[in-house]
Design a protein around this ligand. Structure first.
Ligand code: AVI
Length: 305
């Protein structure tokens, strides 16, 4: 049964003068596997660099966080990154949050056997909307948002998320977050234009997802992956480029795309350490502790609420 709200959102995006598709539509089953494959690519440094920073600074990170009553894992996915913190943070409760609860429940049922002492719960959560945890009032919360997923928000929306977290923490707890840093443009560009073409497949798969979800009739053979670093806005932009003049139909309408026309699918903002820390402070956090790798490719920050 198609979700009419999502279908309307897709058609509205495609009908804009500058057509766009929300990056949340990347993550159907194939898209989630393709993203996982991206994280293993030599060109895509963020995942392994973040892991390295976390491993090398585990003790200092745990010290900065202190006691952790509840670990709230934002965009938890398979819960792999969140559960890697259990041995250092020793949370009493683990709350895994993501758009789809089904996937989380599967991951949690495996974890629960391994860590019976931690109370675990899966919860649906859309980070574009205001979060509230009335059942957790009075307990010290550590939010965890790894992988530079914050880069897929524009800075204004990132600020809104930080304010929301600060509000929920009520002066106790904080946010452990990973973010990708501005660097040599060639390194950035390679990370989104890998030689194997996995990122291209990830980008194009969004059209297959739309064909199923919104009954569009995109022909993948007529679209190309296009990713560039926009220096002025400090972001990688991903687009799909029409390789010919074509018409795409959807229920109740159609749209012409000239050869070379673009559909914007994703922004991935890159920050300097100073800019990111100052965004966190503008969001209301009181202090920040940061760790980076020897190349200064990636940054992990604990921001105290
Ligand atoms: C999920 N997110 C942080 C990834 C990124 O780097 O912005 C998504 C991605 N897009 C292309 N490659 C990876």
């Amino acid at each position: 049964m198609p979700n009419q709200k999502l279908v309307d959102e897709i058609i509205a995006g495609l009908s804009q003068e500058q057509p766009s598709i929300s990056p949340k539509f990347f993550y159907d089953e194939i898209g989630s596997h393709l993203f996982e494959a991206i994280t293993f690519l030599e060109e895509y440094y963020p995942t392994r660099t973040e892991k390295q920073i976390m491993m090398q600074n585990g003790e200092a990170i745990a010290l900065a966080i202190g006691k952790c009553d509840v670990l709230l894992d934002l965009g938890a996915g398979n819960c792999e990154k969140g559960s890697a913190l259990f041995d250092t943070l020793l949370p009493k409760e683990y709350r895994a949050l993501d758009i789809s609860k089904e996937f989380l429940e599967q991951a949690i049922s495996g974890l629960q056997k391994e860590f019976p002492q931690i109370q675990m719960q899966a919860q649906t959560c859309d980070l574009q909307e205001e979060m509230a945890f009335p059942d957790l009032v009075g307990r010290k919360k550590t939010f965890f948002y790894p992988g530079s997923s914050i880069g897929n928000f524009d800075p204004e929306a990132a600020l809104g998320l930080f304010k929301n977290i600060v509000k929920v923490c009520q002066g106790d707890g904080g946010l452990l977050i990973g973010v990708d840093l501005v660097k040599d443009h060639a390194v950035l560009s390679r990370a989104y234009n890998d030689a194997l073409g996995i990122t291209a497949a990830f980008n194009k798969n969004i059209l297959l997802h739309l064909n199923r979800l919104a009954k569009t009739d995109f022909n993948l053979a007529h679209w190309e992956h296009y990713a560039i670093f926009n220096e002025q806005l400090a972001r990688i932009e991903m687009h799909l480029r029409s390789s010919r003049s074509q018409v795409v139909s959807f229920p109740g309408g159609k749209r012409r795309f000239d050869s070379g026309a673009l559909i914007h699918t994703e922004n991935s903002y890159k920050y300097t350490q100073e800019k990111f820390e100052s965004l966190l402070m503008s969001g209301g956090f009181k202090a920040v502790h940061s760790w980076t790798d020897p190349n200064c490719y990636f940054l992990v920050v604990y921001a105290t609420a």
